[in-house]
Ligand binder design. Structure first.
Ligand SMILES: *Cc1c(COP(=O)(O)O)cnc(C)c1O
Length: 391
């Protein structure tokens, strides 16, 4: 047994996840979190007893408010958001579109959107679409490590979109400082929390964040394609209008009346019927994060990435670490670069070691604290070293 696992206060949580028979080291929890062992039963029970037995009455027995209640739990447990500001629904891509469009409409007359060139493709594509639709210009930040001096802000800036943790390098942005700088120019910010929700705590309310979005199938273990979450700061909820005006974001959906009028509060960010089955798995993970504590999870995350970096320094001298060394500047994953990594991926899979590959040369180790052991990290790095040695 790895000595670090022996003293890890969160070690026991790993047994609560389904272990794949042929996987020796799962190092891709930042791309798709493992399912909890309770998830199959939860889904089966829902299908039989709720969908099967209560049928259409289920909508009156809680399904309709699930998006908001899970949103509130997530806000409390992991985001630092008071109730009434977080909801679940749509994919990250669609929610991002809704939030950025809504934010741009809150800054009429301003002509620029800002995003970094190395942000996740969907974030860039959504912004390009909105810019074309609204006649706005994108100001690109060329660096992937976004700091205040790199923000091209002016009195023309309407909305800035940034990732809390950069999906490639793992760089951890200073949310409160960047948010304050953006506000100094009268602009709004949408934070993408895809790679931080559930692993790096945020204090969205305290930090004055305007809007945030994130996905739930990474560190929140909601399962493939589970719906995303959106946060809207309470004092914006009165005026914000989002572009996909559907009946379930309207004020009185069951009156089936003429003319759209937005619902009060965070419900106005919704559009259509809530994805009820897709929200089942994340609930148990959010409860587990609550039990373990997001600060303890962050502490283990830092220890896991610290360990991975130390092992890489020792065993992989020819490999480049593309992630910040300072824990305060690093999220829950690390990226190592080497020209032969692409060819190595199938060999790693064969040996039951599953990291992530990001073109052109990056192996990403995504270390999900509740489901990843230090022994898995060690096995992963040692296997990479062995394969590099026999090249
Ligand atoms: C994972 C991820 C997404 C995914 O968007 P989907 O609509 O869920 O496919 C978007 N943005 C970032 C930064 C991500 O890390």
């Amino acid at each position: 047994m790895n000595a670090l696992d022996a003293v890890d206060p969160l070690a026991r949580y790993r047994d609560l996840f389904i272990q794949a028979p042929d996987v020796a080291a799962y190092l891709d929890g930042n791309s798709l979190g493992r399912p909890l062992a309770v998830t199959p039963g939860r889904v089966a029970e829902f299908v039989t007893e709720q969908w099967g037995y209560t049928l259409i009455q289920g909508w009156d027995n809680g399904w309709m408010s699930l998006a908001q209640s899970i949103g509130d739990d997530l806000g409390r447990v992991a985001l630092g958001a008071a109730p009434g500001q977080t909801t679940i629904g749509d994919s990250t891509t669609v929610l991002l579109y809704k939030l950025v469009r809504a934010a741009a409409d809150l800054r009429p007359g301003r002509t620029e959107l800002v995003i970094d060139r190395d942000n996740f493709p969907t974030d860039r594509y959504v912004l390009e679409g909105i810019a074309a639709e609204r006649g706005l210009t994108i100001r690109w930040i060329e660096a992937s490590d976004v700091t205040i001096d790199r923000l091209p802000l002016s009195e023309q800036t309407a909305v800035v979109v940034l990732s809390h943790v950069a999906y490639r390098s793992g760089f951890l942005a200073d949310v409160p400082a960047l948010t304050a700088a953006i506000h100094d120019h009268g602009a709004l910010v949408v934070w993408d929390l895809c790679h931080s929700a559930g692993v790096v705590p945020t204090r969205l309310d305290d930090w004055g964040v305007d809007l945030a979005v994130g996905c739930t199938y990474k560190y929140l273990n909601g399962g493939p394609g589970s719906p995303a979450f959106a946060y809207v700061r309470s004092d914006l909820l009165g005026e914000i209008r989002q572009p996909i005006q559907g009946w379930l974001g309207s004020a009185r959906p069951f009156e089936m009346g003429q003319g759209y009028e937005p619902a009060e509060g965070i419900t106005r960010m919704l559009s259509g019927t809530p994805p009820v089955i897709g929200m089942l798995a994340m609930r148990d993970m959010i409860a587990l994060i609550d039990e373990a504590g997001i600060d303890a999870i962050r502490a283990k995350s830092v220890a896991l990435t610290e360990y991975a970096i130390a092992l890489a320094d020792e065993l992989l001298p020819a490999v480049t670490l593309s992630t910040p060394r300072a824990a305060d500047n690093r999220g829950g994953h690390i990226t190592l670069d080497h020209p032969s990594f692409e060819a190595m991926m199938p060999k790693l899979w064969q040996r039951g070691v599953i990291p992530d590959f990001r073109r052109p040369t990056g192996i990403r180790l995504g270390l999900s604290p509740l489901s990843t052991s230090f022994a898995e990290v060690e096995l992963g790095v040692r296997t990479i070293a062995e394969l590099l040695a026999v090249e």
